[in-house]
Design a protein around this ligand. Structure first.
Ligand code: ABU
Length: 488
């Protein structure tokens, strides 16, 4: 009788799973644990012993390394991690991510990614209709910056088709337009595309951080009078700091009249589309030519999960294709329209749509809507609590997205005349609070100034869908800041 073949074990993978479960990295992070055990770079370097030996290491050593990685990493799934525009994930998204990672393939052709090609196609069609389009196309890419550049690239291609083959020589300067609160990737895209950062025109925003349509019209007019050619307008749905939603319908009116491409950077605020209560913030998004959305941000799909959508079918391919005949042979034995790789700027491309598909399939739209509403409610609760608490001053009258921005005024600075020197002192508070939060491991929250609005350093708190932020968590944020800042 033949001996039954034994399934080889995946010991290290099992150990990783054990660690994820034991340390509750994904679900149910213990609030009493530290968010981070912070070490300065040199100290951490000596603790980690990052040498690579010629003999390799034993499984036991590897398990020890895994434990150290967890020990000194930031627990982004901790309920008190509010530092970035992403936070925790759940088991479902991670399962999808691990399965596609284990199948280790590339998203470029149907022949090596048959299931994942169909899944990406299906998810993109579903998202196009979610944002109100009859039809559309799109691609998953390694992040919102890349997707904002996809928008700019397609806009340029539509405006000036010859540029693809002939370049930009002898052409009058083409300008992209965006707001003073938009993401810095718009400038980076202008650099990468050879436009030059000076050819990004910056439009003023109102006190909430929303682009002013009148200023947009003036900017277009002035550019044309100066011999420059506007071709692309970036509107933001959920700015990184203030969480502002630009008035998309009014901006779309301008773009239609002026025949300009409208791209909406909805990387952060696009998640509001899932909520009946909050999607009004995105009114007009269906009029965009292209949209960037990061489900890895507020929604909690594992990093990276970032989608670019374009209303005009076929444009991604005609703009980006270079027709590599060793990879995208047109005489293949199957329908090569399912080979999506030539639409992309990348060659090798990670499978990112699958984990999102698994996440959507398991949770369903309705459950996700509840999670989005919970994140918005927590922010609203926090904002209202701050307003009534001594020493806390909100930057905005009302939050628009889940960003809650505020100054903490320590007791030593309260009740004084608010001169420029006083604000200078206030601007030192947030960085000191941040240091105390991180070195104590109690909490992580971001801070920044907005120089163009005259705002000195303030705290930017953001809520995401995983783990669900509670009212107790929001009270904890206020109390912790107040404790840490008493003697500043
Ligand atoms: N792409 C913006 C992410 C950085 C932030 O957390 O603000």
């Amino acid at each position: 009788m033949e001996a039954e073949e034994q399934t080889p074990s995946c010991k290290l993978l099992q150990e990783v799973l054990n660690l994820v479960e034991k340390e509750r990295l994904v679900t149910g992070v213990d609030r009493s644990k530290e968010v981070v055990e912070f070490k300065h770079p040199e100290e951490l370097q000596s603790l980690l012993k990052l040498d690579i030996s010629s003999e390799g290491r034993s499984e036991e050593d590897m398990i020890q390394i895994f434990k150290e990685v967890v020990k000194y990493s930031v627990r982004t799934g901790h309920p008190y991690f509010y530092n970035q525009l992403y936070a925790g994930i759940d088991e479902v998204g991670l399962a999808g991510s691990w399965l596609s990672a284990a199948l280790n393939t590339n998203q470029y052709t149907f022949e090596v990614a048959p299931v994942f090609s169909l899944v990406e196609h299906h998810v993109i069609s579903s998202l196009a209709s979610l944002f109100g389009w009859q039809d559309g196309d799109g691609i998953f890419s390694p992040g919102g910056s890349m997707n904002n550049m996809y928008g700019m690239q397609l806009a340029r291609f539509r405006h000036f088709k010859d540029g693809k083959m002939e370049g930009m020589f002898g052409k009058s300067p083409m300008v992209a337009i965006t707001s003073d609160q938009s993401h810095y990737s718009i400038k980076k895209a202008a650099n990468w595309m050879g436009l030059g950062m000076h050819n990004v025109l910056i439009v003023a925003t109102d006190k909430f951080g929303r682009m002013i349509p009148k200023a947009l019209r003036q900017s277009i007019k002035a550019a044309r009078e100066n011999g420059r050619e506007p071709f692309f307008v970036n509107a933001t749905a959920g700015t990184t700091v203030l969480g502002a939603f630009d008035p998309l319908n009014e901006i779309a009116d301008v773009c239609e009249k002026e025949k300009l491409w409208l791209h909406v950077d909805a990387c952060w605020g696009g998640t509001a589309i899932l909520s009946t209560k909050h999607k009004h913030n995105l009114d007009g998004i269906a009029r965009a030519d292209s949209i960037a959305w990061n489900p890895h941000k507020m929604l909690g799909v594992p990093l990276q999960c970032s989608v670019f959508l374009v209303k005009h079918k076929g444009l991604l391919h005609s703009c980006n294709s270079a027709s590599a005949i060793y990879l995208f042979q047109q005489d293949k034995f199957y329908d090569t329209s399912f080979d999506t790789g030539d639409k992309s700027f990348q060659c090798g491309r990670k499978v990112d749509a699958f984990k999102f598909y698994i996440f959507l399939t398991k949770h369903g739209w309705r459950q996700l809507e509840g999670r989005v509403d919970d994140a918005f409610s927590a922010s609203s609760y926090l904002h209202n609590k701050l307003k009534g608490r001594e020493g806390f001053r909100p930057v905005l009258e009302e939050p628009q997205c889940t960003n809650v921005c505020f100054w903490y005024i320590p007791p030593s600075l309260r009740g004084q005349e608010e001169t420029l020197d006083w604000w200078e002192e206030v601007s030192k508070v947030a960085p000191q609070l941040k240091e105390r939060m991180v070195t104590s491991g109690k909490m992580m929250i971001g801070y920044q100034p907005i120089p163009c609005k005259g705002h000195s350093n303030f705290i930017r708190m953001v809520n995401c869908c995983f783990p669900t932020p509670t009212e107790e968590d929001m009270d904890h944020v206020i109390d912790t800041i107040d404790q840490l800042g008493q003697d500043l």
